[in-house]
Design a protein around this ligand. Structure first.
Ligand code: MN
Length: 300
């Protein structure tokens, strides 16, 4: 699309205006690259500690400063002040912004992963309600960001960040994820450690590369001997365990511990993922996050 680049630059003018790139180690807007569907939460020990949530959309990071940090607890509404768009290279930014500069203080990458909007996120941003799933290492499941009316005279744009009810939500009174997890996803350091060291670890670039490469490598199905194209069956009945007096032995048997829980099969038909019980019941909605994760594998 022709209009994309100029529009992207325009959304980063405020980012550039606020910073002196001869003084801050933060990335310049020109360092931009693609990173569809990525998100980051940075823990930023600025004048006031907060967590910056950034969602990649159309080549920039839509950003919110979450004052008390994200909470998995149901019913917790966290103030999230919309801030200027950031360049995509900010996804990996960790460092000490010099005191006196804009946002001076240490910043660590607290969580990283993919986000999946429900509906068109451009419409959501405009209307003031974004519903989305996070597939990070610390934050998962369904979330809502809802714009609220600013107080009279308030110049900032306040939103609320809330966890929706699902398997990742915690009941009121449960421990807070921001208390449990205090280190960088990239370097394993806390903000205090990063500030005390004064700089990044010598192997910081390698750590970013390793974190990025943590994707699952898929086998090349076309090279499986004897494989033939066919129609995907509606349901493949799984092999089930059956009781017997003595466990079988011999080289053709392996044994595994039977974990308690649900046995589910994922039926992947292009972008259409279904989770089926052993009897073929559709339980996709109950484990939507798993279905999303299977879809993200990009299986043919
Ligand atoms: Mn910040």
């Amino acid at each position: 699309m022709k209009s994309k680049t100029p529009r992207k630059r325009k959304t980063l003018t405020e980012y550039a205006r606020k910073r002196d790139f001869s003084r801050t180690p933060e990335p310049k807007p020109e360092d931009d690259g693609g990173a569809a569907g990525q998100f980051v939460v940075q823990k930023h020990a600025a004048r006031r500690l907060h967590y910056d949530l950034r969602l990649e959309l159309d080549g920039t990071l839509k950003s919110w400063a979450v004052t008390r940090g994200p909470s998995l607890t149901l019913g917790e509404k966290r103030l999230a002040v919309r801030t200027e768009d950031h360049p995509v290279s900010y996804l990996e930014f960790e460092g000490n912004i010099p005191k006196g500069e804009y946002g001076g203080g240490s910043m660590i990458v607290w969580d990283r992963g993919r986000w999946v909007p429900e509906g068109d996120p451009r419409v959501g941003l405009e209307k003031g309600h974004l519903a989305f799933r996070l597939d990070g290492t610390r934050l998962r499941g369904l979330w809502h960001l809802v714009r609220i009316r600013p107080k009279p005279g308030e110049k900032t744009q306040p939103w609320l960040l809330m966890k929706a009810e699902d398997a990742f939500a915690r009941p009121p009174g449960a421990p807070e994820i921001v208390d449990e997890e205090t280190t960088s996803y990239l370097s394993g350091r806390t903000n205090q450690e990063l500030a005390a060291e004064g700089g990044l670890r010598a192997d910081h670039k390698t750590r970013i590369t390793i974190a990025k490469a943590k994707r699952i490598l898929l086998p090349d199905i076309s090279r499986v001997r004897g494989a033939r194209k066919g129609l995907l069956p509606v349901f493949v009945e799984p092999s089930l365990a059956s009781p017997c007096d003595k466990p079988p032995s011999g080289p053709k048997w392996i044994h595994e511990i039977k974990q308690d829980g649900y046995r589910i099969q994922a039926r992947v038909d292009g972008r259409n993922v279904k989770l089926l019980t052993r009897k073929g019941l559709d339980w996709t909605e109950r484990f939507q996050a798993i279905a999303d994760a299977v879809r993200a594998l990009g299986l043919p």
